[in-house]
Ligand binder design. Structure first.
Ligand code: ADP
Ligand code: MG
Length: 666
């Protein structure tokens, strides 16, 4: 198939701008769907009230007069003839349009009508008169240097020349069954809709397609799992394991005991384990996973624990070592991350291959090609949502078929979990460890900042540490949201000489991030300012306060995760949400501390967007479908894709082969 650069009009510059929008192929381009539509219905001059919004067609009647002001401002005035009379038009800062606004040119003007002066103050002018009375205009996510118009042009050019080659992921029989339009026509309509009916029809079709593909993959993985009775059937020495459990510094909660049993049962059964362990932040999932790993090692197999970041891998590694030191279980542990030196890596690789390491903890490095295991029996991944369907399949491709346990702190309402994690068994920890104090949560306005600073000051006096979160990293001219650098200056000013303040954010290298996190852990930094990069898993018991600026910018689940960073020690902890808007939604956080309830609320309010964090979701970020509002379509797609998968007559279909290879090759 042709490449993006083959599309007429796309040069090297626009190519790199398209890449910025994650558009790399022609298929990406034509499935860059509008995120909304503007509906332009034409008005008569007489039907619009004074000061009212107007959209009107006409022809330019006088040469536009351009006035330039200070600071680069400009204004243009001209007269427009319309079917309902002549009207003056003035528009700011569109000097560049002057050349095109020749007398006689047909245009559509959008703006506000001043009836006394008979002038439209235009917010936009579109060249060319459109024939139908109503026009539905697609609006795309753009990037600086690439306009909505550019995108629309490229998309339509690509559709015109290559439209027939865009693959359809719905098998023909379902296209027929639901009377769907073909792919090319559907794409044409979604980018150039003429009526609402047609538009809605193709939106449903494209959503179905996306969900069909997704559910096909889930169903495929599920069927694969079912078939495999060649898992490891271990005989676990429970007595030995219980000895380890009794050395823990605390008693397991009921839910922890229950989930440990579920995992041990899986390990003993010949069916491969494929289990999701979900539980709120701080519910104690890690220890459950450790017990599973130790049980596996006691049976003579290697265990691996994969964390999403180096700092978390390190944290798990140190915690496990501490726990093992107290027992007489002799297991060799090792750490492997991207920053392990080349020499040390080789040592670890060799030891893993020879079976001299029992438990390996690390990052994605653990599933890289160079890593060869002696007899890997169990893989645990922390923060499941960072590993998509493809990564799940990746282990399988390496020829190892260990039992797999996924840990997730993002609680997912049961109905949805059953579908999107339909290929997994689910264990849930709801009960919290005893003695946990509730984290006091307050919603504050920006005008109450003094109070917030006082609260922070009081905590610093108690030698406690503080996280401060902002939505942006640096100044952005298009936004007045708080950013970490500005906050650092403000905090420096407020706490001069009283606190060490530092920054971590997502654009820093992992190494740099880890150094600062380590300083915070060691108490060398008292106030850590950050974007949401610290959302996942970091454990600093002395941090008692979480302050989140522009809290309305975050989903409740994200806020809950962030809040979970404090309250990990014995001191009373607090979370302060600063925002001037959206107070009602944020108040839920004051009342509620159960992540499952919060995630249900989030689901009701925002759909899945935040839950699976498009940022990090891998295969869970849909282009057009929304698993909450399109749940019905999802269920249908689930049923159909399963039927298609199980239909042996279709095994030779190109589409089926392609869908399967896209899972196993990734
Ligand atoms: P999660 O990974 O689910 O967010 P962790 O496993 O990090 O939670 O546990 C949070 C903290 O609670 C850890 O410091 C852990 O040692 C502690 N913890 C775990 N289980 C218990 C328990 N049953 N009683 C007391 N403390 C516990
Ligand atoms: Mg954890």
């Amino acid at each position: 198939m042709a490449e993006l650069k083959d599309v007429k009009g796309i040069g090297p510059k626009s190519l790199s701008l398209l890449n910025k929008l994650n558009i790399y192929t022609i298929e990406d381009l034509v499935t860059h769907y509008p995120f909304r539509y503007d509906i332009l219905e034409r008005n008569n001059l007489s039907e619009v009230e004074d000061g009212g919004k107007i959209v009107i067609d006409g022809k330019v009647e006088s040469v536009p007069i351009l006035m330039r002001f200070k600071a680069g401002l400009n204004k243009m005035n001209f007269r427009l003839v319309t079917n309902s009379g002549i009207v003056g038009v003035s528009i700011f800062n569109r000097a560049f349009l002057k050349k095109q606004l020749l007398v006689g040119t047909g245009i559509t003007v959008i703006g506000k009508l001043d009836k006394t002066k008979n002038v439209i103050t235009a917010s936009d002018i579109k060249l060319g008169i459109l024939t139908n009375k109503k026009k539905i205009e697609p609006v795309y996510h753009c990037t600086s240097g690439l306009t909505n118009k550019n995108l629309s042009t490229y998309i339509n050019m690509a559709l015109l020349v290559y439209g027939k080659e865009i693959p359809d992921h719905i098998p023909e029989e379902y296209v027929e069954k639901y009377n769907f339009l073909n792919k090319k026509t559907s794409l044409n309509i979604i980018h150039n809709p003429s009526t609402d009916e047609k538009l809605n029809q193709v939106i449903t079709r494209l959503k179905y397609e996306e969900l069909f593909e997704f559910m096909f993959k889930i169903n495929y993985l599920k069927e694969q799992n079912k078939k495999e009775k060649n898992g490891l059937a271990r005989k676990i020495d429970r007595k030995e394991l219980n000895k380890f459990i009794s050395t823990l510094p605390f008693e397991l909660t009921g839910d922890q005991k229950k989930t440990v049993d579920e995992i041990l049962d899986d390990l003993e059964s010949p069916t491969r384990m494929n289990r999701l362990l979900q539980g709120d932040v701080g519910s104690g999932k890690t220890i459950v996973a450790f017990i599973g790993m130790i049980a596996n090692c006691l049976c003579g197999y290697q265990s691996a624990l994969m964390a999403p970041t180096e700092i978390l891998a390190m944290q798990h590694y140190l915690n496990l070592q501490k726990l093992l030191e107290k027992t007489n279980i002799k297991l060799k542990t090792a750490l492997l991350t991207g920053s392990t030196s080349k020499k040390d890596k080789q040592i670890v690789y060799d030891a893993l291959k020879e079976g001299k390491i029992d438990i390996i903890i690390g990052t994605h490095s653990l599933i890289q090609d160079e890593v060869i295991y002696n007899n890997l029996g169990l893989v645990v991944t922390d923060e499941q949502h960072r590993f998509g369907v493809h990564q799940r399949a990746n282990l399988q491709n390496k020829g190892i078929k260990p039992d797999v346990l996924y840990m997730s702190a993002t609680p997912i309402p049961r109905t949805y979990a059953l579908t999107i994690f339909g290929d997994m068994d689910v264990s849930t920890i709801k009960e919290r460890p005893k003695g946990r104090q509730k984290i006091d949560t307050y919603v504050k306005k920006n005008s109450e900042i003094k109070e917030v600073l006082q609260m922070m000051y009081d905590e610093l006096q108690k030698k406690h540490q503080i996280y401060v979160i902002a939505p942006l990293i640096e100044d952005n001219e298009n936004s007045d949201l708080t950013n970490v650098y500005k906050l650092k200056d403000q905090m420096e000013l407020a706490f001069r000489g009283r606190a060490q303040i530092d920054i971590v954010h997502g654009k820093m290298s992992n190494g740099a991030k880890d150094i600062i996190m380590q300083k915070f852990k060691d108490g060398l930094v008292q106030i850590l300012i950050s974007t949401t990069v610290i959302e996942v898993g970091v454990d600093v018991a002395n941090a008692t306060t979480m302050v989140i600026f522009d809290a309305d910018r975050f989903g409740l689940s994200t806020l809950h995760q962030l809040r979970g960073r404090v309250g990990r020690g014995t001191s009373k902890s607090q979370c302060i949400l600063i925002s001037d808007s959206d107070a009602e939604r944020l108040k839920i956080m004051e009342k509620e501390d159960d992540g499952f309830i919060i995630s249900e609320e989030d689901f009701k309010l925002r759909g899945h967007g935040d839950l699976f964090g498009t940022r990090q979701s891998g295969d869970m970020s849909f282009k057009i479908a929304n698993i909450k509002s399109d749940f019905k379509i999802l269920l249908q797609a689930k049923k159909d894709s399963k039927e298609y998968l199980l239909n042996k007559d279709k095994d030779k279909d190109d589409l089926k082969k392609k869908l399967i290879s896209s899972i196993t090759e990734a």
